[in-house]
Design a binder for this molecule. Structure first.
Ligand code: DON
Length: 559
């Protein structure tokens, strides 16, 4: 790996401090160097971690258009150091008010392929603009006019196309062919742009400027809202100005659990991430993993994954619409019961567990982690779902819309266009939020605070599980983000693994137990930060070596 990349991936500042004092430096890990720099620019301007989160989210909306954006949604998990308070900002998209459960079915009740994935009808009402306004007003110390400035500049002046951008654009070429405005903005003569080609987005800069002046109203009301609705409706969508004006973020109590002396704080429903993560950790807490060989360890981790994903599919959805047995699912006694059903010598066939359905998930999304010099922290995972979302831009806005409606089950009980089946809890309803897997997470005890998360659809939760296990063992963030990955999601009943993740004896030990192994291309793009507050005050940040992110640790303020 070239040295330049290694330096991009890891940051580290090591200064002696005493427990509970402030960190010696700030840290940011994000999926794009320009977004990480935007965050530091705002910290240097006197902003806190929450202002930096606004700047990073907005910059990613510009330079990572395939992953997240103003036309999408996300979850921001916040840690306010002074109050020792954690809260989740739910900026998840909502179904338009005219949405209904059969909206992607034809007259015969069959799913119409790609209707929930490509084009105006696939888009939920975005939550990112409202969340940025909320973050700035309730938690930041700088106005949006300051924290959005780096993103506005990037949108006006442009950013160079990278290899990852080209791969994402190539993946969505068929959808771009149906979408002239999106193709004009993000392709070059109908093809993925050349490396280094500069993407300028003056319409998006204008929308960001409206938000800098008017806050959320600059997006959800007035001229921007009119253009968004006109563009969506002209292309067969169902948005109304009432949908936009009625969008609200929700502050939610994160889910909490304990694992080997650490508190784990993670995303609440409508994400399934935190509940599934804590279920898996509760199951694993009853095993002495360190005493096992690698095959025995992987087997138990996979059996924990299988059971948590079954429950995810069965019980989880938008908490405003479905009753979630949250306390029960998070209770260690419940996990004790699940653990008792695990045999150490044999894989449990998923078909033998009480029936439910597998989760959905797309191919792109983004995560960033921030720690400021006061000890405030943000873990945020943001999405427009598939690469380049719905590949649809309402003319005159520059806002690429999400296809998060595909995270609903398009037809409960019947496989959707991707072979996935959904449960009633996640059926489409007006104003409802689709079930997510995004899992921004804090892992902490008196000694350390770890901030982590990743994109990757249904595989997000198992990536965060593996990262959490590494963090609890005291390994550094570079180990969490680069660790070879394994995944099981109940159905299909296969153990997915990255190339090289399992050596030959381990593979054999798993196959003997009855696991079906499937090697997949590497996945994920984890971004992580660690503050070792008690021992040596070390602050570290790391960016997943699989993609193009940047992690850095810097002293930003003279005190
Ligand atoms: O909210 C979710 O779970 C999905 N929309 C996330 C999609 C995703 O992470 C795709 N990533 N690579």
């Amino acid at each position: 790996m070239p040295l330049r990349f290694v330096l991009f991936l890891v940051g580290l500042v090591f200064l002696p401090v005493h427990a509970d004092e402030r960190p010696p430096a700030a840290a940011i890990a994000s999926a794009h160097p320009l977004a990480t720099e935007a965050g530091f620019e705002i910290l240097k301007a006197g902003g806190n971690a929450f202002d930096a989160a606004v700047a990073v989210s907005a910059a990613l909306a510009v330079v990572e258009p395939y992953s997240s954006g103003l036309g999408g949604g996300g979850f921001w998990l916040l840690h306010e150091a002074e109050k020792d308070r954690q809260v989740m900002i739910d900026g998840r998209e909502r179904a338009p008010l005219a949405a209904h459960r059969d909206m992607y079915l034809d007259a015969k009740g069959e799913v119409i392929p790609r209707l929930s994935m490509d084009g105006a009808l696939a888009a939920g009402i975005p939550g990112v603009p409202a969340a940025l306004d909320h973050l700035a007003r309730e938690y930041g110390c700088l106005p949006l006019a300051v924290s959005l400035a780096p993103a506005i500049r990037l949108a006006r002046e442009g950013f160079p196309v990278t290899g990852h951008y080209r791969r994402m654009a190539a993946f969505r070429l068929a959808a771009f062919a149906e979408s002239p405005e999106a193709a004009r903005l993000f392709l070059q003569a109908g093809q993925p742009p050349e490396l280094g080609h500069v993407i300028r987005q003056p319409d998006l800069a204008w929308v960001l400027e409206r938000m800098a002046e008017e806050g959320a109203d600059g997006f959800y009301r007035g001229e921007v809202a009119r253009r968004l609705v006109a563009g969506v409706r002209a292309a067969g969508g169902i948005w109304t100005e009432e949908d936009l004006a009625g969008y609200r973020v929700v502050e939610r109590e994160p889910v909490r659990g304990r694992y080997r002396g650490h508190e784990v704080i993670s995303a609440a429903p409508p994400s399934s991430g935190g509940v599934a993560l804590i279920t898996m950790l509760n199951i694993l807490a009853g095993f002495d993993l360190a005493a096992l060989d690698e095959a025995g360890r992987v087997h138990l981790v996979v059996e924990a994954m299988r059971r948590a994903y079954r429950d995810r599919a069965e019980y989880l959805g938008d908490p405003e619409s479905v009753a979630i047995p949250r306390e029960r699912l998070l209770h260690p006694f419940y996990a004790d019961g699940l653990r008792m059903s695990i045999r150490t010598d044999r894989a449990t066939p998923s078909a033998s567990l009480p029936g439910a359905v597998p989760p959905g998930g797309g191919d792109d999304t983004t995560h960033f982690s921030i720690l400021d010099a006061d000890g405030n922290a943000v873990a945020a995972t943001l999405s427009i779902n598939y690469p380049f979302g719905a590949v649809f831009v309402p003319p005159g806005t520059g806002v690429l819309l999400n296809d998060e409606m595909d995270d609903f089950s398009t037809k409960p009980g019947v496989p959707n266009a991707y072979g996935l089946v959904g449960a009633e809890a996640n059926a489409i309803a007006p104003g409802k939020r689709p079930l997510s897997s995004m899992t921004p997470t804090f892992v902490r005890n008196d000694e350390r605070l770890a901030v982590l998360g990743a994109p990757g659809g249904s595989r997000i939760i198992t990536m965060v599980l593996l990262g959490t296990l590494e963090a609890v063992e005291g390994k550094p963030p570079l180990a969490w983000v680069s660790r070879p990955r394994i995944h099981h999601q109940y159905l299909p009943d296969v153990l997915q693994h990255e190339p090289g993740a399992l050596d030959a004896p381990t593979r054999k030990g798993l196959e003997v137990r009855g696991h079906v192994l499937r090697e997949q291309q590497p996945w994920g793009n984890m971004q992580a930060v660690l503050w070792e507050r008690a021992s040596d005050g070390r602050v570290e940040a790391a960016s997943d070596p699989r993609v193009e992110g940047m992690a850095a640790v810097r002293v930003v303020r003279d005190e």
